[in-house]
Design a binder for this molecule. Structure first.
Ligand code: DNO
Length: 358
């Protein structure tokens, strides 16, 4: 496993590479060109510059999170082939730059969704939280203002102003995109990018839908084990893999993360590990990574990854805001650094424990 941190790139991230490289065991970042719109080509020199900035601080670009897939591709409009061609060009340039892991998602309109970005916990820390009752009261096509207000001026992935400006039009365009159509469009996309992925040894890791059920009447197709297995079989090639996001899949307590890891073993190029606390049905909040702070057993999850031969890239996922830090919700330095240290500790203990018993 290779421990990384997500870094949003120059001008977008308050956390610096100098800080990241001081976290023990973190040798690289997963990063992105945040200014790029889905459907735009990432140019060679832009990728080169990003790499150089990271490498100048003694870190490596271990993968990209994310090269976003345009709604045209997800919906299957007449522009999709043109957008796929551009995606292929981007993958070509990434491959030429020696980047071999790309995370993406296939969620309609929104990326991950939360109803609160700073819910206060008893210890004074704040966390991202989700409440289904609040979601059910929202008219999604007109939520631009409230989303912009919630993101507190941060440019958050999946909540980009360009996307929020098109909400009404997008909802209209997705009206006929049921789960089967969305799935077929995903398979079409994956088959089209197959040759370039195989040529450059790029693993694609689809991020699960977050939360792991349909919201706002939009289809969602990467929500649990059955759907993941279906996708892995539909395009049964090593390049078609998943991002194992425990917090997203775990938003549905019925998802058994261990079963998912076992079912997808060998096809998990990337893992996002974080813990959640379930309150009542439909309400959850994010927790510290430590098992005891949330509802998930991090030791068992890391152990299952270890036992199934996971060799991919890993990162601590959303952190709490602690110690007065002001940063993009979920993506401050302190709690993610604690998360990385904890996950490294779990991994070392499991690895040495297994070696001692063999
Ligand atoms: C949320 C992230 C997601 C993820 C995308 C991948 O914090 O995990 O935004 O990066 O869904 O495309």
């Amino acid at each position: 496993m290779e421990m990384t941190l997500r870094w949003y790139g120059p001008g977008y991230d308050k956390v610096s590479l100098e800080q990241i490289r001081q976290i023990p065991g973190v040798t690289g970042v997963v990063t992105s060109l945040m200014g790029k719109q889905p459907g735009e080509v990432w140019e060679k020199d832009e990728i080169r510059e990003l790499k150089q900035i990271v490498e100048a601080q003694g870190l490596l670009v271990k993968g990209i999170e994310s090269v976003n897939v345009s709604d045209e591709i997800k919906i299957g409009t007449e522009k999709r082939d043109e957008h796929i061609e551009k995606y292929i060009t981007t993958l070509t340039y990434l491959g030429e730059a020696g980047i071999h892991m790309v995370c993406y998602n296939f969620m309609p309109v929104f990326d991950w969704t939360r109803t609160e970005l700073a819910r206060k916990r008893a210890d004074g820390s704040t966390v991202l939280a989700y409440n289904q009752e609040i979601i059910d009261k929202i008219d999604p096509a007109h939520m631009r203002e409230s989303m912009a207000r919630m993101s507190e001026g941060y440019s958050m992935p999946g909540w980009e102003p360009e996307r929020l400006d098109r909400l009404e039009e997008l909802f209209e365009a997705y009206q006929d995109v049921d789960e089967e159509k969305l799935f077929a469009n995903l398979v079409y996309f994956l088959e089209a990018i197959g040759p370039v992925c195989e040529k450059y040894g790029i693993s694609m890791g689809i991020h699960p839908d977050d939360p792991a059920w349909p919201i706002f009447g939009l289809s969602r197709i990467i929500t649990g084990k059955e759907q993941i297995v279906r996708l892995l079989k539909a395009v049964d090639k090593p390049y078609n893999g998943i991002t194992l996001c425990t917090g997203s899949l775990g938003s549905n307590p019925e998802n058994d993360i261990h079963e998912i890891i076992r079912a997808a073993a060998g096809r998990i190029p990337f893992a996002h590990i974080r813990n959640l606390r379930y309150n009542q049905k439909g309400d959850f909040e994010e927790a510290a990574h430590l098992s005891a702070d949330g509802s998930m057993d991090m030791y068992q999850i890391v152990k299952t990854l270890y036992q199934t031969g996971f060799t991919g890239i890993i990162r601590p996922d959303h952190g709490r805001m602690i110690w007065g830090e002001q940063a993009m919700p979920g993506y401050g330095l302190y709690d993610r650094a604690l998360g990385a240290a904890y996950l490294n500790g779990l991994w070392e203990a499991i690895e040495k424990g297994c070696a001692a018993h063999s």
